[in-house]
Design a protein around this ligand. Structure first.
Ligand code: MG
Ligand code: MG
Length: 287
């Protein structure tokens, strides 16, 4: 059944997706290092694009109809799809989620997101309780992502990922999980089947089989899960003004295990607490 629900990738294709994933990882490393008070989100966009191009790839976000940037940069109550702008300056203590994608010259895609707290918040007079809550919100969202990836490693059905993400978040405190924005399959296109929910659904989802590649991406608020789309028709913001976080990785499932395509170590460090050792498709392919 699963073959009707998503396209299976070969090991050789996953090896190509490793390159796409590393382009995204490198671009996000550069952006993370550049985050400081006063930098604009358009400058961050240029930094990400330069790194992807330097590695021989190109932006896949720019292929999304109506979107003309390499990253999305979503600040404080913005959850996802914030548009980079020369008018958006990061301020000390802001919580900013950066989403980035890349495509190799031969058409394989990667997609990942991080959340960063802009340094200097305490010195700039941002309340300690606000800063602490922002740090916690990002940590819970990232933690839920790794719980979801760990669940994928042993999952029979894909929604086991959503169950693990939801459980992690709801046992970590009062957070809202966005309902209408979810993860997805990835490969020749950035967005493919199957959908990857961040919560338990009525149906358990397709079978998890070797060849599945998915982008897992929890999106949470520190309040109500209700969101609105701003007048720019892109930016998704929390309705109650609560701060938000978005973390994402692209992950491959193959015969010998899983590999986090957008993490330099395949996810080894973050999966170790779960007792999971990721297996690189590039070494697997040589066997
Ligand atoms: Mg993304
Ligand atoms: Mg995505």
């Amino acid at each position: 059944m699963a073959r009707e629900e998503y396209t299976l990738k070969t090991i050789a294709e996953m090896v190509r997706m490793c390159e796409a994933g590393e382009m995204v990882a490198a671009a996000l490393d550069q952006v993370r290092a550049a985050v400081r008070p006063g930098i604009t989100t358009l400058e961050l966009d240029a930094i990400a694009e330069a790194e992807i191009v330097r590695r021989g790839g190109h932006s896949n976000f720019k292929k999304v109809p109506g979107y003309s940037h390499t990253i999305c940069a979503s600040i404080n109550d913005e959850v996802v799809h914030g548009i980079p702008s020369a008018n958006r300056l990061l301020q000390a203590g802001d919580i900013v989620s950066i989403d980035c994608g890349a495509e190799t010259s031969d058409g394989w895609n990667g997609d990942a997101a991080i959340t960063v707290i802009v340094p200097g918040g305490a010195d700039a007079g941002v309340e300690a309780s606000v800063l602490k809550r922002r740090e916690q919100t990002s940590a819970v969202c990232e933690g839920s992502l790794w719980a979801g990836i760990a669940a994928l490693a042993g999952a029979k059905k894909l929604n086991e990922v959503g169950v693990a993400i939801e459980k992690f978040i709801y046992t970590s405190g009062r957070y809202g999980i966005l309902e209408d924005y979810i993860g997805h399959g990835i490969g020749r296109s950035m967005h493919e089947d199957p959908p990857v929910f961040n919560y338990k659904t009525r149906f358990s989802g397709p079978s998890v089989e070797p060849g599945l590649c998915v982008a897992i991406e929890p999106m949470i608020t520190a309040g109500s899960p209700k969101v609105k789309v701003l007048d720019d028709d892109w930016t998704v913001s929390s309705k109650d003004g609560s701060d938000a976080s978005h973390w994402e990785h692209s992950v491959a499932v193959h015969d010998a295990g899983i590999w986090v395509l957008t993490s330099w170590d395949g996810g080894a460090a973050n999966l170790a607490p779960f007792g999971i050792v990721p297996v690189d498709p590039r070494t697997s392919a040589k066997d």
